[in-house]
Each structure stands twice: as C-alpha cells, then as structure tokens.
Design a protein around this ligand. Structure first.
Ligand code: XMP
Length: 594
C-alpha cells in the first residue's frame, strides 16, 4: 500500500520489523548516519532483498521459540550481504544458525555494562567497558557454529556475537537508543566497516529529486491539497508549488471550529506568503459543532469528528470544484504513516480519518494522488522545510491532534464532589490512559502542590502504581477554593466552554513562547475540566510533556516564574476555578486526556 509515486534512492540497508517499538528508531539512526534505509516486514522473502548491502533484524516483544513468533526467511543469511540482529534479532540469528536461546531466570532491563571480549570491526575504536541499554528476558546461551562471543555483561554471557567471515553479527542490547553510549559509533561501524555502505542520504538535498518526481507524477495535471497548518502538509504543498508553479496548485483548509485561537489566520499568513490566490478556507465549523451537540463520551466525540471530516472531504472531492479533469490530490503523508507495524497503530487510525477516506482510496486506484514526503521522517521533513525557507515558527510547531480542542474539553454526565482519600483527593473526572496494552478510563487523583515539583512527580508515580482505581495524578497549583470544596458539573461541548478553553490555551501558549519553555517540551496540551464551583465551574490542567514520537512521554515540571504567571493569569479568567499540573508519564497516562 506504500505509494511509490515519489521514489527515494534504493535502500542500502533494510530493517526487518519483528514488531519492536524501536524499529523506526533504528531506520532513523541509520539515515542520520547518511545511509538511506527502509523498513520491511520481517518475513520478506530473501529474493526481494537481493542487491542491498546490509540487513538489520529489529528487536521485538516475542520469544523466538514460541509458535507464532515473527519469522525471517533463513535465505537472508546466504544472500552474501551483512546482517545485524538486535535483541530479538540477535536471538533469531542464534536460533536459525544452530545456537541456543533460553528464557533467563532474571530479566535485564535498563542500563548495563558491556565488556568487549575480543577485537571486532563492530567495536572498532569503542572497545572495553561501556554503558549499554538492555531490555530482555530471553538470552542466547550458545553461539552458532562459526560465531564467537564478542561481548558480555554480568547477567548476559553473550551480549554480542559475530561471524566475521560471513559478516553476521548479533547484539543483545540496543545501539539505537541514546542510553547506549557508543551506540551510534557501533551502528556506524556496521554500516561503513562491515556493510561497506556509502553515504547517499541527506534530507536537505531531497528537494530537487522530489520536485522532479512530482512533475513526473503530475504529468501535466494540477495538484489540490487539504492542508492543516501542520509541518507535513505545508512542506508537501511547498514542494508541489515549486515543482509546478502557482497556477497549478491549490490548498484548502477546513475550519472545524475546533481549532486554537488565531489558527486560521496563522495558516492563511503562511500560505499567503507562499503565493497569491493559492489558498482558500472552507468554514465547516457550524456543521462540526452541531454534530457534536450533546456528545460527552470521548470515543463518540472522535467518531463524530472523524465521520464529519470524511463527509466534508468527500463532498469537496465530489463537487468537482478542484478535482475535475486535470486535478490530482496531494497529501503530506510521511513515512511512519505508510508502515503497518507495532508502533504505528495510532497513526493508522488517524490515517483512516484523513489520508485514506474512500474518496481518496478511489483517487489512489486511479493514480491521481501524489505524496511527496512518503519516504521521510518528521525530523527530515523539518530539515527539508528549513532548506525550502519555510518560517521556523511553522517548522517548530508542536504536534496538534486532528480532533482539535474537542478532545481537550472534558465533558461529564453528572455533578459529584471530590472525595478525600489518605493519599490525596479523588476527582470524579474521567480521563483515558494506557495500562498494559489496553485503554483505561478512570478518575484522577489530586495532590496538594508540595514545594518541590520534582518530588511531586516521584510521589505521583508511586501513587499511580499503588492505587488501581486511578490512571492519572495532577497537582493543585493554585485555586479560588480548596480542593475539598470542588465538585464536577454536568458539562458538554458547547460554544461557551470551547471559547473558554481557547482563551486559556492562548494564555498558556503566549507565556510558554515568550519564556522559551515551548522549545523545551515536545507538546503542551491545555485541558479544560468541569471541576470547580457553581460560579467557576471549570478548571485548567497544564500538560507539558517531553517525548520523541508521542508513543511514550515524560511529564515535565514547570519553571517557577512561568508557573506563577500562568496561575495569576488563568485564575483571573471568567469561569476558571483552579490550575492543575498533570504529573503523569505515558504510560500509564496518555498525552491527551481523551
Ligand atoms: P496520546 O493521547 O495517545 O497521543 O498519548 C499521542 C500523540 O498523538 C496525538 N493524537 C492525535 N493526533 N489525531 C491526531 O492527529 C488524533 O485523533 C490524535 N489523538 C492523539 C497527541 O496529540 C499526541 O501527540
């Protein structure tokens, strides 16, 4: 299903995906080292991998000896190209080539110390004792014939192994994560000393190639885009604009009425600065808001919004206004959205809403679509955008969810008081979390803000592990009344509350941008919760998080001065009772509350 309308170079190194959350990280690290790399399913037939210089088998959650565990085609070991197995991949190599893998008595998770045992091209210039990052219970207990153990930790006798003659190597640890001090060097050794790769990849140099491909795909036709104001659709559009000229491209922005303050103007300014007459706004806010009238359940909200997006897009596509005859559709789809693998389940859902609605499927079938960024990662899109001269303010924007403020405006069915527990206050507000592999929907624990926020984060982690009825912990920073006097109120998604959320969100964004705090965090959602008093029925939750890709996230403390300014300004707002800071990491809490 990957569209190859805009072809990148042939991948020198292919990463075989065995279901690990680090698969994309491996491919990204290899590209950062200047070598173009792509991901394929683990069971890809060896014949399809002919011609590459190297194969990396990723880590994954399964055990090689269990039935149903991800497989590789054993033919890959006789292709003559170099192979590197990481974690599960390391065990897969041992399993296929005559070594042994066993379940250990103890797992080894987190930091560990590796001792290299003998010289090897993989460890060139990084020999000796070094910090690595481990996450495994199974271990290789006997190396296959022809292999030697190359490194060990206290609990893992074969933490690295290799057969130099066949150029096949395995590492129990993860060189792709930053906690492995020499990880990048080890990967570079594999690429350049073992595989013999050449540097063929620099995202900043892709503009010309992609523009050529756009011209070829468009073949004289014009390109129409739905743009969101995000980095991806803007960079994709700019490439098409450059490739085809202003007469042959159009951008349409659908205003859902669920956007942040000033969003439509921001997007209009960006596009107006690219060229006159190429941009239009479709105001669908009344339709979205009336479809959401009275909807309180988070899943239902997402469904309604998703369906409305589809309806509006389909109508525009069917209207013939843009796609008649000589028009094709352009999209900002990026590489992780095109791969169906473990870590991208959420991307698939988002994609169904925006990038793969049925009208769009039809265009794909008719070869009337161009996705200029389909082989790039987000950081690569940013670098390319910088090269194209797009404003830094746009390139550095935090990700913003498709359903917009709707999923940051919490609704409740009924009014209930908070409840005193020994550990804090139990607020009868429900938010979504991820615990194990499933979604939870549970109440929130409120802690009184202690003097040091760092201690609060530790305290929160302890509470959440101990109290099974909650999935999130917040600290009360400041309020008009004590936590014990607050109640929830029956609340829905209405203009008044959306306006209130828009105002408080704008205050937070203004202060975070002015103090530079927004550049220290990956995302900073602001959530309106129906908790307070009769006069001030809502409160504000601040959710600054640090993350790499949104799959996991760390709750971040607020600097003292920013915290004081926000409390002062937010509590002066109409209807706002209290200001809270979300202390929950992901897992167990999701980044968004719904
Ligand atoms: P969660 O809340 O699952 O979010 O921890 C992880 C990241 O995904 C974003 N997100 C979405 N983005 N449509 C989107 O385009 C959605 O429905 C959606 N839900 C969550 C969220 O903002 C965070 O960056």
């Amino acid at each position: 299903m990957t569209l190859s309308s805009v072809k990148p170079p042939q991948a020198q190194v292919v990463v075989l995906d065995t279901g690990g959350q680090y698969c994309h990280l491996i491919a990204r690290k290899i590209r950062e080292l200047g070598v173009y790399s792509e991901i394929r399913p683990s069971e890809t037939p060896a014949a399809e991998l002919l011609g590459g210089r190297g194969i990396v088998i990723s880590g994954g959650p399964a055990s090689v000896y269990e039935s149903g565990a991800p497989q590789v085609d054993p033919g890959i070991f006789s292709l003559g190209c170099a192979v590197l197995g990481l974690c599960y991949g390391h065990q897969t190599i041992a399993w296929h080539l005559g070594g042994a893998v066993q379940r250990g008595d103890k797992g080894e998770y987190g930091l560990a110390w590796l001792e290299t045992l003998r010289p090897s091209p993989l460890f060139e210039s990084v020999e000796g004792r070094q910090q690595i990052w481990m996450s495994h219970r199974d271990s290789v207990t006997r190396v296959p014939p022809g292999f030697e153990a190359l490194g060990a930790t206290e609990t893992c006798a074969i933490a690295a192994m290799g057969d130099a003659a066949r150029r096949i190597y395995g590492l129990q640890f993860h060189p792709e994560v930053v906690h492995t001090t020499n990880g990048k060097r080890i990967l570079a050794n594999f690429l350049f000393r073992v595989c013999g790769c050449t540097r063929d990849w620099d995202p900043r140099r892709q503009a010309e190639r992609i523009q050529d491909e756009i011209r070829r795909t468009a073949a004289g036709r014009n390109v129409f885009f739905f743009v969101s104001g995000g980095v991806d659709s803007t960079v994709a559009f700019t490439l098409c604009l450059r490739a085809l000229g202003p007469e042959r491209v159009r951008a349409l922005y659908v205003d859902t009425g669920l956007m942040r303050a000033g969003e439509t103007e921001f997007v209009r300014n960006v596009f107006d600065s690219l060229g006159r007459g190429i941009f239009a706004v479709e105001d669908a806010s009344a339709r979205f808001l009336s479809a959401l009238d009275g909807v309180r359940d988070p899943e239902q909200k997402r469904r309604v919004i998703g369906e409305m997006f589809v309806e509006v897009q389909e109508q525009i596509l069917a209207s013939g206004r843009y796609l008649e005859g000589r028009w094709i559709l352009g999209q900002g789809t990026i590489y992780p959205d095109t791969i169906e693998s473990g870590g991208t389940a959420k991307a698939d859902v988002i994609k169904t809403h925006h990038n793969r609605v049925s009208g769009i499927q039809r265009l794909i079938a008719e070869n009337r679509i161009v996705e200029p960024l389909h082989s790039l990662y987000k950081d690569e899109v940013r670098e390319l955008g910088r090269e194209l001269g797009l404003p830094e303010q746009l390139l550095q924007r935090h990700p913003f969810p498709g359903p917009g403020l709707a999923i940051r405006c919490l609704c409740e069915e009924s009014g209930k008081p908070v409840e005193r527990l020994e550990e804090g206050w139990l607020a009868p507000l429900h938010s979504v979390g991820v615990q194990g592999d499933s979604r939870s929907y549970r109440p929130v624990l409120i802690l009184d803000a202690a003097p040091r926020q760092q201690d609060l984060h530790e305290l929160a982690a302890e509470r959440i592990n101990r109290l099974s009825q909650i999935n999130r912990v917040i600290a009360l920073l400041e309020s008009h009344v004590p936590a014990g006097s607050m109640t929830t109120s029956p609340a829905a998604l209405c203009q008044t509350r959306l306006e209130r959320l828009r105002r408080v969100d704008a205050i937070v964004r203004d202060a975070a941008e002015r103090t530079g705090f927004d550049r220290e965090v990956w995302q900073f959602p602001v959530i309106l919760v129906p908790l307070g008093t009769r006069e001030r029925p809502d409160s504000v939750v601040l959710r600054p998080v640090d993350s790499v890709d949104g799959m996991t996230a760390r709750a971040v403390p607020l600097p003292g001065a920013l915290r004081e300014e926000l409390c002062r300004r937010l509590l002066a707002e109409e209807g706002v009772c209290a200001v809270f800071l979300d202390l929950t990491h992901k897992p167990p809490g999701t980044i968004e509350w719904e």
